[in-house]
Design a protein around this ligand. Sequence first.
Ligand code: MG
Length: 372
Amino acid sequence: MKRKISILGATGSIGRQALEVIEKLYDKFEIIALTGGSNTELLNEQISKFKPKYAYANKPEDIAGAEYATLDEICSNKENDIILVAVSGKIGLKPTITAIKNGIDIALANKETLVMAGDIVMPLAKEYGVKIIPVDSEHCAIHQCIKNISQVDKLIITASGGPFLRKSIEDMKNATVEQTLAHPRWHMGKKITVDSATLMNKGLEVIEAHHLFNMNYDRIEVVVHPQSIVHSAIEYVDGSIIAQLGLPSMHIPIQYAITYPERYEGIKSKSFSFSQIARLDFEEPDWDKFKALKLAYDAGRTGGSATVCLNAANEEAVFAFLQGKIKLFDIINTVETMMERHNIVKNPSIDEIFDVDNEIRAKSRELFLQLR
Ligand code: MG
């Protein structure tokens, strides 16, 4: 039986790589729907190749070869066995909730969903008996290592350190967009690449891990590992550590998430030889240079709407940085200022989450005008 899948964000970096995986496993999958944003040209190429029944794009009239459906309609379609949520930003949240309520398993590449609403999404998935399989490489690594979560004492999340690992704070303050986007290990979308340069991405991953694995923040450790070979690890209560290793490639976590619990050769990534790896380095993050990481821990520990505030301020600031409106360190200053001023909403509803999100974005944009 073919597994029926829809991909939200098919034209993005994760979506395109997911289709490369599916192309190799064409006898294992049937595509129900593909969604894109404004890149309808690529979406239409994907439609003609993979023949989904339904498609979504910002301009429905430009879709050729599939029937138009909204994200909500796609996520309510119980034909789906699994939905890969690979959109970027807050637009992933509502479709994910719809899919869960329809009993459809989720391969989750959108970390904002858990950063904004992990306290709602995870219990809901449990209630509906839905699996949430992480696509993020670190969480995929942890997912692969865990046999019995109750025996796990600590999660160890690795971070490459990004392009500024060996640069000074002064260098970072004057960094251009181009320097920031030059990630040494991973080729990803622009937003996540900026987040990787400030280590905010790692902070968001800590919050994501807290929700996915129901782990206290004191038991989630971040370690810088520039080679990006060890994708993350767990420590059991007896002190035994299990890690998942591989060359950096998103094909592995994507394929793992959409085929779980099976494993296939599929797009088999290049493996590496232990004897050819000269060395693996590990070090503690520089908490002064990468203050974003501390802000994320603080937001996570505070809970409630604090992580919504963190995420919204960061996302708006990253967009402003990419547009040349603010400097790289202004991203962190914006997040810090917004968090200081934010009145926490405890146990926010989905509507309250979006209210806080909108409010923080508007306030962040006001702040950018003062920074210019
Ligand atoms: Mg990651």
